[in-house]
Write a protein that binds this ligand. Structure first.
Ligand SMILES: Nc1ncnc2c1ncn2[C@@H]1O[C@H](COP(=O)(O)OP(=O)(O)OP(=O)(O)O)[C@@H](O)[C@H]1O
Ligand SMILES: [Mg+2]
Length: 224
C-alpha cells in the first residue's frame, strides 16, 4: 500500500481540492482508496457536505452520515480556528497521542492508496504542544506539499521545505495549486521554486484543472 500525507504552506491553499482529484483519478484506475482527515475545525453539521470530510467522502463515493463523518474525521470542531484553539472553545483538548494512534490504525487498513490530510499549514498548531510538523515527523509518511501561486509563495514554500527537511520528513512532491486571482503565473512560481529547491519535483494544478492535470500527479505517486 502507498500512503501520503497532504500538507500545505497555509490554510485554504488546495489540500482537499488536490486530495479529491487524486482520489477520483485513483478510483478510476480501479484502486482501493482511503482518506483520513482526522482533525477538522470549522465544521458545521448543517453543511457537512461542504466540509473537508464531506468533500472527501463524496470523492470516495461514500454517503455522508454521522457514522462516515466519525470514521473520516473523528475530531471535529466548530470554530474555524486552529484545532487546539477550536477544541478549547468547546472545553476540550486535542489528544495528540490518540490522533497519532488513529492514523496508525487507519494506515493498517487494506487499501491500495491512502491519504491523510493535515489541517492548515506545515507548522499550524495541532494540540497544545504539537504542530502539524511534529505530527508529520512522527508519522514518517512521504509528504505532498501544496503551495499557492500568489506573490510570496516562493518564500512560504522554501520555508516549509526547509523545516520539513530539518525534521527528516520526506517530501515526495510539491503541487502548486493556482491561487484565485493570483498575480504570478503558475509556471513562474514553479520555476522560481525548482531553481532553488531541486530535491522535490514540482507539479502544477491550474484553477479548475481538467482531470488529466491531476492524472499525471496521481500516476507519479503510484510509481513510488
Ligand atoms: N486548483 C484549484 N482549482 C479550483 N479550485 C481550487 C483549487 N485549489 C483550491 N481550490 C478551491 O479553493 C478553496 C480552498 O481549497 P481547499 O479547501 O482544498 O484548501 P485546504 O488547503 O484543504 O484548506 P484547509 O486548510 O481548510 O483544509 C476550495 O473552495 C477549493 O475548491
Ligand atoms: Mg482541506
Amino acid at each position: 500500500m502507498r500512503a501520503y500525507f497532504i500538507t500545505a504552506t497555509g490554510t485554504d491553499i488546495g489540500k482537499t481540492y488536490l486530495a479529491c482529484s487524486l482520489i477520483r483519478a485513483w478510483r478510476e484506475h480501479g484502486l482501493k482508496v482511503a482518506a483520513f482527515k482526522p482533525v477538522l475545525s470549522g465544521f458545521d453539521a448543517g453543511h457537512a457536505g461542504e466540509s473537508d470530510a464531506g468533500r472527501l467522502l463524496t470523492a470516495l463515493d461514500e454517503p455522508i452520515s454521522p457514522q462516515s463523518l466519525d470514521a473520516i474525521s473523528p475530531w471535529r470542531y466548530a470554530a474555524p480556528l486552529s484545532p487546539d484553539v477550536a477544541a478549547a472553545k468547546e472545553g476540550k483538548r486535542v489528544d495528540y497521542g490518540a490522533v497519532l494512534a488513529a492514523c496508525r490504525r487507519f494506515l493498517r487498513g487494506e487499501h491500495d492508496v491512502a491519504l491523510i490530510e493535515g489541517a492548515g499549514g506545515v507548522m499550524s498548531p495541532l494540540s497544545e504542544d504539537r504542530t502539524m510538523l511534529d505530527w508529520m515527523a512522527d508519522l514518517r509518511l512521504p509528504v505532498i506539499l501544496v503551495a499557492g501561486s500568489y506573490l510570496g509563495t516562493v518564500s512560504h514554500s522554501l520555508t516549509a521545505l526547509s523545516v520539513l527537511e530539518e525534521r527528516g520528513v520526506p517530501v515526495r512532491l510539491v503541487v502548486i495549486s493556482e491561487t484565485e486571482g493570483g498575480s504570478v503565473p503558475l509556471a513562474e512560481s514553479a520555476l522560481a521554486l525548482t531553481r532553488r529547491w531541486a530535491a522535490a519535483p514540482v507539479y502544477f494544478l491550474p484553477r479548475g484543472a481538467p482531470p488529466q492535470a491531476t492524472g499525471i500527479i496521481a500516476d507519479t505517486l503510484l510509481a513510488g
